[in-house]
Unconditional design. Structure first.
Length: 553
């Protein structure tokens, strides 16, 4: 439907929770009471282990909450029984945690890389965790080759190696999918395997030596159990435990939250740059990283007309670019890089600090693009695609006056735009056809209820052979509402298999070249022949990444 500009809009980005650990504990008092007599680390590790199993991907929130409750409220010495673990898991399926669990929408395990190799991370509950972490890693690699930046690189690499080691122990593949629908109850087969959590997540000194790591390198990610009670007042999604997901006990390190690797690294780096007065440098480096990414990517079948050079605005940085994709049809891209304002307060649970200013600048870009496009005698219409280029938190903006006539506004996260641009047989004109179809459906007094953004709508359409409503029968989600209007509920996680398919076709990673360097590669193209898909051809990418950090710490 045409954008009417009547509300504040949020680019979809699921948050972990809006409640504190203590508020959640009050709803599950029976579980919390039973936790009191249990040993905290072993109990947390039992739940943490389940986070690393594909069968529990859709139960990530519930399990992360149980890890937090274990650390915050356990103060005994008893070992948790398998029955207690099962009862706790089943019990949290009711109330707040059960309501917050959604079908899985992303990979279970994704792959990030540095100039020293490929590393698997558990995506967790945050959409695009691996994508956003890769941007952070690119910034870290672009920092000056000296202290304290070298130490930051080494510490980050050390934590990533622990994540890779856990993935290797469990044999989970990169870019793999886990359980799609949240489990209401724990399967008996899993109950029979309980009691191995501390071993799977535990790293003894010998393990660290084999990995080339030290306790000293990982110290900044180790949680202090003496401050465990502080967790109770913290909001799930922005806790000390998520910032420091490791625990030390009896000369061993335990990775209690394997799904917190991305957020822990992101928060560590941002805390550092803010404390050293380098926030502006970080923001420029992030803009450069996104500029490089989109300059090297064909966006919906079109190369951008020039370099992407972000201009500073209140609350971030912005740049626009426009191209004529068909006679009289104009695609206008507006990229926004989020600033670090208010990050220390809310972390990745927060949003951009100045949505009103962002809306004003976006409106200016749209008006300017529309005026320029209308100078073309063949002008028909235009689309502004607003792209959130951040580091993982949600984005809001406000448009007071809507958009010009014969112009549409859509918004999408950078990670979803990259996925869409890598999708075979989808280009700018495909976007036009999709939006035209959506408007035609609206004219028939039927609304498409799609709560998960543009990429999800594309995925839904592809499942239906290019349609938005099945021709032979209405989907089960169709219901009539007042005044004769109908609504078609678009499946929330149609996006999941599309993402997996694109990653299978693209498969970015690093390989060692003849000079011993880890070079970025990806598949050159998807072959129609099975033998070529088994042994695909990869091409190297330019892995140079600019950064703009101060030369003094």
């Amino acid at each position: 439907m045409p954008y009417d500009g009547s509300e504040i809009d949020k680019i979809p980005q699921p948050l972990a929770s809006d409640l504190t650990v203590e508020q959640i504990a009050q709803e599950y008092q029976e579980t919390v009471a039973a936790l009191g007599g249990l040993e905290p680390l072993q109990t947390a590790a039992e739940f943490g282990r389940l986070l690393a199993l594909p069968g529990f991907q859709a139960n990530c929130l519930r399990l992360e909450v149980l890890v937090h409750l274990s650390v915050a409220y356990c103060h005994g010495k008893a070992v948790p029984t398998a029955q207690f673990i099962r009862n706790s898991f089943d019990g949290l399926g009711k109330g707040h945690c059960g309501r917050m669990e959604d079908p899985a929408e992303d990979m279970f395990v994704s792959l990030v890389n540095t100039p020293r190799g490929n590393l698997r991370i558990f995506e967790g509950i945050r959409e695009g965790a691996g994508f956003h972490l890769q941007r952070i890693l690119d910034i870290i690699e672009g920092m000056p080759d000296r202290e304290p930046f070298n130490r930051i690189r080494d510490c980050v690499e050390a934590l990533l190696k622990l994540s890779e080691a856990v993935a290797a122990r469990l044999g989970v593949r990169a870019n793999s999918l886990g359980q799609e629908i949240p489990l209401a109850k724990m399967p008996k087969a899993i109950v029979d395997q309980l009691g191995t959590g501390t071993r799977l997540l535990r790293f003894e000194e010998a393990d660290l030596r084999r990995l080339g790591l030290s306790n000293e390198l990982l110290a900044d990610f180790v949680f202090n159990f003496e401050e465990a009670s502080r967790l109770r007042a913290q909001t799930v999604g922005h806790t000390d435990l998520e910032r420091r997901p490791l625990a030390r006990h009896d000369a061993c390190l335990h990775l209690l939250l394997p799904t917190a690797i991305s957020s822990a690294i992101t928060r560590m780096l941002i805390e550092y740059v803010v404390s050293r007065g380098l926030a502006a440098n970080f923001e420029r480096a992030l803009g450069n990283a996104y500029g490089q990414l989109f300059s090297e990517t064909s966006i919906l079948g079109k190369w951008l007309p020039g370099p992407i050079e972000f201009q500073k605005i209140l609350g971030g940085a912005m740049v626009g670019a426009m191209t004529e994709v068909d006679p009289g049809r104009f695609l206008h891209l507006v990229f926004f890089v989020d600033a670090l304002d208010d990050f220390l307060r809310d972390g990745l649970n927060g949003m951009n600090a100045d949505p009103k200013s962002l809306g004003a600048f976006l409106a200016w870009h749209i008006e300017r693009a529309s005026s320029e496009a209308r100078k073309n005698m063949s002008f028909q219409d235009g689309i502004t695609l607003f792209v959130n280029c951040g580091f993982g938190r949600a984005l809001t903006f406000e448009l007071e006056d809507g958009v010009p006539d014969r112009w549409r506004l859509e918004w999408i996260g950078a990670h979803n735009l990259i996925t869409l641009s890598r999708l075979r047989n989808f280009d700018s004109l495909s976007l036009w056809r999709l939006l035209d179809s959506r408007e035609k459906i609206a004219e028939l007094s039927t609304e498409l209820l799609n709560v998960n953004g543009l990429l999800n709508l594309v995925a839904w359409s592809m499942e239906l052979g290019g349609h938005l409503v099945p021709h032979d029968e209405l989907p089960p989600g169709f219901t009539s509402i007042h005044e004769g209007k109908g609504v078609v509920v678009v499946r929330q996680n149609a996006i999941r298999r599309l993402r997996a398919s694109v990653m299978a076709d693209w498969e970015p990673h690093r390989v060692v070249d003849l000079d011993g360097r880890w070079v970025k590669v990806s598949k050159l193209d998807r072959s129609e022949f099975e033998e070529e898909r088994v042994a695909p051809l990869y091409g190297s990418e330019d892995d140079a990444r600019g950064a703009d950090f101060a030369q003094s710490s």
